[in-house]
Design a protein around this ligand. Structure first.
Ligand code: HDE
Length: 713
């Protein structure tokens, strides 16, 4: 047998090295010609017209003119990082996937987080679902787990996806709103699409405004299959569990952060990795034996449903660590091409009709965005497993294939490349038995649209419930067409009475409207996708604690941003004591002062200022500390922005602590009179700040926000 041709990926990496920017390198044209003058174009005389002959100018400008590629039609705004994945225990019983069996192996990953609706330049803090797409560079080829931070989806069948996305995007006649679902077309569609009820509960919950990309869960959503080396299949649902816990911001904060720092999430991810605080997630799986496929009160193939963790526990099987920022945003984050159809042996699809549609869409979209079937040759998309096949040519082909044959079977090339047997790692699709009619219909088993929507609402803490009510009241309040509001509240009434009542009240309705018959408007009865009446069943799980953001969060303040509000004359001890305690816990300290540059402490030491009250904004911090210092406090009291910082912090339920001199400042805020008692979450030291107060402050921070303060607002 002739040896397969040698993989020439080494040559490609040589090429890459040549394009790296080194300090000792000359500026050249794209053809390698050294450039002598990059400041002036070639002209006919000092004040004369430019010459067409100037090939250097033309090459530079032409390249610039073509620098943009189409942005992703969805998930256009994204932030990404490199990392590794390691499995804890071999998963041999369920899957033969190499990266899920070899506990020594560090599989490289590239992860891209995104919002869905907005354009590339839109704000990070839009109320939206977040994409959570992971590319595993495994030894058996690329595996992409292209998920979201919400475990269910709006629709059950891929054929409705273009409608959903058209509805949420800026309205076609007006070109707005950008990155927002609070408008007529979105809610028009949703109100006619009762299958979206469950997803709407999630999208209107705090999950849609995460505190950090590092503090959100990820989900594969669809049911997939694991296949073991005996060819046996088990169903599997994938989860990512963040080790920093799951946390969100408040809507009022989200709106303000969008103005203060629309790159808030991107910056946060980048900075944490630069600081060596590598974000980590555990990969969780819910394993469902084939025999149990029909034992649930919903259909495993229905992407609008989840399996409550109480029914099938999530087993944590490995850890992903993001440890390196991309070198180049365009080359990596922008050009990375995910596809749920990038599989490795040991993992396979289910027949979820949403997943099946996605299997077409992603290659198609790469062809349009990246412009060539050779997108797999872009460095970020390249497999670390060698590639040998008879695919050839096309735009921007990098590989220089050798030899006479590019077809199979062949004898001239010795029959290369060869098909791999299953025992040699060849992929073979799971032989699922299918024996049915060719039809365009939705399965009856998909028709319960409301039970899990109710389950989600009922499983939230009181604060979270109130946030869902507020979010729906806000979004529907932005809808101009009264009939859409009415139809939507009718849908809410099938989810939860209080939810519908409170939202209808906020919308100024005199009573909760009756649900409309959910037959699609404008669709002839015999062509209606929703032929059945959506129902509510009597599900086994009535409340699932794991659905609350506050479930099982680890006690940590790692990477939390604490603003020290101070200025010249600040007391050294007061700063240092708090700083040392917080840094020990892994928090970040930011000095926010009356001016940029440095401040001079009481002892004359210089402290570097991170933000002045002009450049900084209270919304981007997690908590506030006002250290001692007579002069510092005198200056702070005179600065109106300081009051604003603290009042906003109080409003956004952030822990606030002051050393004794801070009383002066607290007294002039609008919350100064409310700070006595535990509910307020404001600590004021009566003497010098001490361990006891610092410990109490850290405890408040571990809870993320002072939830009890809501009662005082
Ligand atoms: Fe996607 N989706 N999607 N999607 N999706 C894309 O692919 C599509 C769906 C998801 O960071 C596109 O490369 C269809 C569900 C993520 O680059 C496109 C349907 C889930 C990303 C596409 C869905 C996702 C995308 C646009 C309905 C959660 C960003 C650009 C059947 C499981 C990946 C691109 C990245 C991106 C199509 C539904 C997640 C057009 C047709 C459900 C995280 O191919």
């Amino acid at each position: 047998m002739k040896k397969p041709p040698k993989n020439n990926s080494k040559k490609i990496s040589d090429l890459e090295r040549n394009t790296e920017n080194g300090l000792d390198q000359f500026l050249t044209t794209d053809q390698g010609l050294r450039i002598n003058d990059d400041q002036n174009s070639l002209k006919a005389g000092e004040r004369g017209p430019s010459l067409l002959e100037d090939f250097i100018l033309r090459e530079k400008i032409t390249h610039f003119d073509h620098e943009r590629i189409p942005e992703r039609i969805v998930h256009a705004r994204g932030s990404a990082a490199h990392g590794i994945f390691k499995v804890y225990e071999p998963m041999k019983k369920y899957t033969k996937a190499g990266f899920l069996n070899d506990t020594e192996r560090e599989t490289p990953v590239f992860v891209r987080f995104s919002t869905v609706a907005g354009s590339t330049g839109s704000t990070d803090l839009a109320r939206d679902v977040r994409g959570f797409a992971v590319k595993f560079y495994t030894e058996e080829g690329i595996y992409d787990l292209v998920g979201n931070n919400i475990p269910v989806f709006f629709i059950q069948d891929a054929v409705k996806f273009p409608d959903l996305i058209h509805a949420v995007k800026p309205e076609p006649d007006k070109g707005y709103p950008q990155a927002a679902s609070a408008h007529d077309t979105f809610w028009d569609f949703i109100s006619l699409m009762p299958e979206s009820a469950h997803m709407i509960m999630w999208a209107m919950s705090d999950r849609a405004i995460p505190r950090s990309l590092r503090m959100m869960e990820g989900f594969g959503i669809h049911t997939f299959r694991f296949i073991n080396d005996k060819g046996e299949s088990t169903f599997v649902k994938f989860h990512w569990k963040p080790l920093l816990g799951t946390h969100s911001v408040l809507w009022d904060e989200a709106v303000k952060i969008s103005g203060a720092d629309s790159d808030y999430h991107r910056r946060d991810l980048h900075d944490a990795i630069e600081n060596g605080d590598f974000p980590e997630w555990e990969l969780g799986v819910q394993i469902i034996p084939e025999a149990d496929e029909h034992k649930f009160d919903f259909d495993l193939l229905d992407a609008t449903k989840l399996i409550p963790e109480e029914e099938v526990p999530v087993q944590r099987i490995g850890k992903m660590t993001l440890n390196r920022n991309p070198d180049n945003f365009f080359a990596e984050t922008e050009q990375v091409a995910f596809h749920p159809g990038h599989l490795v042996p040991g993992i396979d699809f289910s027949s979820d009709p949403l997943l099946q549609g996605r299997l077409f869409s992603y290659t198609d979209t790469q062809l349009s965005r990246l412009g060539s079937p050779n997108f797999h040759e872009i460095p970020i998309n390249r497999s670390i497993a060698p590639i040998h096949n008879n695919q050839r040519d096309g735009h921007m082909r990098q590989e220089v294939n050798k030899g006479q044959t590019h077809y199979h079977p062949n004898s001239l090339g010795g029959g290369c490349p060869f098909q791999a047997k299953i025992s040699e790692g060849g992929f073979s699709s799971y032989a699922e038995k299918i024996d049915s009619h060719k039809i365009r219909e939705r399965s009856e088993s998909f028709k319960d649209h409301f039970s899990q929507a109710s389950l989600f609402f009922n499983s939230q803490s009181e604060v979270e419930k109130q946030h869902i009510i507020n979010a729906l009241s806000f979004e529907l309040g932005k809808v101009n067409t009264v009939e859409i509001r009415v139809r939507m509240v009718g849908i809410l009434s099938q989810i939860n009475d209080r939810l519908a009542k409170d939202v209808s009240k906020n919308l100024g309705m005199s009573s909760v409207p009756k649900p409309e018959k959910p037959i699609n408007k404008g669709v002839p009865a015999d062509a209606d996708q929703n032929r059945y009446e959506p129902t509510k069943s009597n599900p086994k799980t009535k409340v699932s604690e794991a659905l609350s953001l506050r479930f099982d969060n680890p006690k940590t303040i790692k990477t939390r941003q604490i603003a020290f509000l101070c200025t010249d004359g600040v007391d050294d001890d007061s700063v240092e004591t708090m700083k040392a305690a917080l840094i020990k816990e892994g928090a970040y300290i930011k000095i926010v002062a009356t001016h940029s540059g440095d401040i001079k402490t009481a002892s004359g030491k210089l402290l570097k200022v991170d933000d002045s009250f002009l450049t900084g904004a209270p919304f981007v911090f997690d908590a506030f500390y006002v250290p001692n210092g007579k002069k510092s406090l005198e200056l702070l009291v005179k600065e109106p922005a300081v009051k604003e910082f603290l009042e906003q912090g109080f409003k956004h339920l952030k822990p606030i602590i002051g050393d004794s001199d801070a009383k002066k400042l607290f007294d002039i805020t609008n919350f100064g009179t409310k700070i006595d008692g535990e509910k307020a979450g404001v600590i004021l030291s009566s003497n010098k700040i001490a361990n006891k107060e610092i410990a109490a402050f850290i405890e408040l921070l571990e809870e993320h926000r002072v939830w009890s303060r809501m009662e005082l607002l």
